[in-house]
Write a protein that binds this ligand. Structure first.
Ligand code: ATP
Ligand code: MG
Length: 399
């Protein structure tokens, strides 16, 4: 098989609405350049509604594939070889592509993106189909081929490929603005963050730890989870708020059954303050309606009412099983299920209130110096820079 020296990337024409198209495309291109530039990609060129990546010698192809499979806005892509557009040139390229491969059936899918090209797609398909049949002995199967040879004829060149990879779809990260996700060590919040990434948001993170009453395990988990999510968006920030002392103050004033909600309201205020300082536009949580006692409609409203920013809950209508399946697919599940100490379980009873009212909370909070606690949380927050971990070829198959 000829070594692919290009990657051909298709993006969603429909997602790129008319007037915004150049903006989305620029974002996508910048994101691709940032993700794969350091891996030996020499140039990224836009042509006829596609992006063509030219790989330098020694480019890390497997890692490039893994990164493109995690770049939102990419609908599909493939390692490709470049060929001259005449029939002899295409024949040689396709011969090189199938050499050494075994498959029982195949089809050629040719696309003539340049209307000025003299050969129509069906003609190319017939011609190249005969070439592949002679070389491999495989039969043609247009409906369920075991292998597909793709040929795309563009102005000045053609690209041929077989191993097409499905991309994650969605919108390029950054095209929708930035948000701040409340990242616990649990299963749900990383999935919520992923959903926002997919809708084109850059996501920064805030984690509340039970320190000094808990160890640092939850912080390490949050860092690892943010690292996995960085593979979908590039480097990002994680603010860690030591919350234990604040929780101890809450315990002094707030009845046991309202404590989880009081913690959540403080989290919203502190995260909201940090988000505003960062210039992000919304808070994101992993809450799902009715999943646990703190996530009834009443309680969600009580918590949300203190947020200075829009609160988004991308998982609100999902079942736990659906969330788990998505967590596995995006690569966060195994980290989330490792044991840690969740700060929300610090000083709380087994059965918190399910239908708290604003008045209940307002009355309880009268006994606290809320502003001082928020100030304390904001000032003690430590910001970690989260880098993109290396991806292995296995990660390429995850998605
Ligand atoms: P998760 O699996 O995301 O922890 P959960 O089902 O355990 O969710 P809760 O513990 O009620 O639900 O938390 C609801 C949401 O509140 C979380 O999804 C997260 O966005 C936020 N949250 C809870 N605890 C923390 C924390 N320690 N740090 C940051 N955010 C938190
Ligand atoms: Mg949790």
């Amino acid at each position: 098989m000829a070594a692919p020296t290009y990657m051909l990337v298709h993006y969603g024409a429909i997602a790129l609405k008319r007037g915004n198209r150049p903006f989305f495309l620029r974002r996508l291109r910048e994101n691709i350049e940032a993700a794969v530039g350091p891996l030996g990609v020499r140039a990224v060129v836009e042509k006829m509604g596609r992006l063509i990546l030219r790989l330098g010698p020694g480019a890390a192809s497997a890692e490039i594939v893994a990164r493109l499979a995690r770049t939102f806005g990419v609908v599909n892509f493939a390692p490709a070889i470049r060929a001259p557009r005449d029939l002899e040139g295409l024949t040689a390229a396709v011969e090189g592509l199938v050499a050494g491969r075994r498959f029982e059936s195949f089809r050629i899918t040719a696309r003539r993106a340049d209307p000025a090209y003299p050969h129509k797609s069906p003609e190319l398909e017939r011609h190249l189909g005969a070439v592949v049949q002679r070389l491999t002995g495989a039969r043609v199967d247009l409906e369920h081929p075991a292998a597909t040879v793709y040929v795309e004829v563009l102005p000045g060149e053609a690209l041929c490929y077989m191993d097409r990879v499905t991309g994650p779809g969605g919108l390029p990260v950054g095209s929708s603005g930035a948000v701040t996700a409340l990242l616990s060590g649990g299963i749900d919040s990383p999935v919520a963050a992923y959903r926002m990434l997919k809708r084109g948001c850059r996501v920064h993170f805030v984690h509340f730890s039970g320190q000094p009453f808990h160890d640092t395990r939850s912080v390490e988990k949050a860092q690892e989870l943010a690292g996995v999510l960085a593979t979908y968006q590039g480097p990002c920030r994680l603010a860690v708020v030591p919350f234990g002392e604040i929780q101890r103050e809450v315990v002094l004033g707030v009845p046991a059954e309202l404590r989880v909600l009081a913690y959540r309201r403080l989290m919203m205020r502190i995260a909201g303050r940090l988000a505003q300082a960062d210039g992000t536009r919304a808070l994101v949580t992993g809450e799902s309606l009715g999943q646990v006692a703190s996530q009834t409609l009443e309680n969600l409203a009580v918590v949300e009412s203190v947020s200075p920013l829009l609160v988004l809950r991308p998982l609100v209508g999902m079942d736990k099983q659906e969330i788990i399946a998505e967590a596995r697919a995006i690569g966060t599940y195994e980290i989330s299920i490792e044991p840690d100490q969740d700060c929300c379980r610090l000083f709380v009873p087994r059965h918190p209130a399910t239908r708290a009212t604003l008045e209940d909370l307002a009355a309880a909070e009268k006994r606290l110096d809320v502003e001082a606690l928020v100030e304390q949380g904001v000032s003690k927050a430590q910001v970690h820079k989260i880098a993109v971990p290396r991806l292995t070829p296995r990660d390429a198959n995850d998605r």
